[in-house]
Design a protein around this ligand. Structure first.
Ligand code: ZN
Length: 99
């Protein structure tokens, strides 16, 4: 069962409560005679672990696609350049013949 940490906004008392996921969150201070509102305190290590894992997966996937697309684009570009060069050459040839 996970343990949640709470901090009282009124007296500053920090305490831990063991709860299951379905349990209602603690709303009031457990200290006798206080009864102030409490706020859940999250532990930072869990958030950092989740973030780094997502980054690694995304980076690997993006790299593979990028390399494939770049190669395909280069091949198309070379084809277009060859076509344009052939067109220009035949135009120049026919002009020279007419003169
Ligand atoms: Zn309190």
């Amino acid at each position: 069962m996970p343990i949640y940490e709470y901090k009282c906004k009124k007296c500053g008392h920090v305490f831990e409560v063991q709860q299951s996921f379905g349990d209602e969150p603690v709303k009031t201070c457990c200290k006798d005679g206080c009864d102030g509102r409490v706020q859940k305190v999250f532990s930072p290590p869990a958030i950092i672990f989740k973030g780094s894992g997502f980054y690694v997966n995304d980076h690997g996937r993006g790299n593979g696609n990028g390399r494939k697309n770049a190669a395909a684009a280069k091949a198309d570009e070379a084809k277009e350049t060859a076509k344009e060069t052939a067109k220009e050459t035949s135009k120049e040839t026919s002009k020279a013949a007419a003169t």
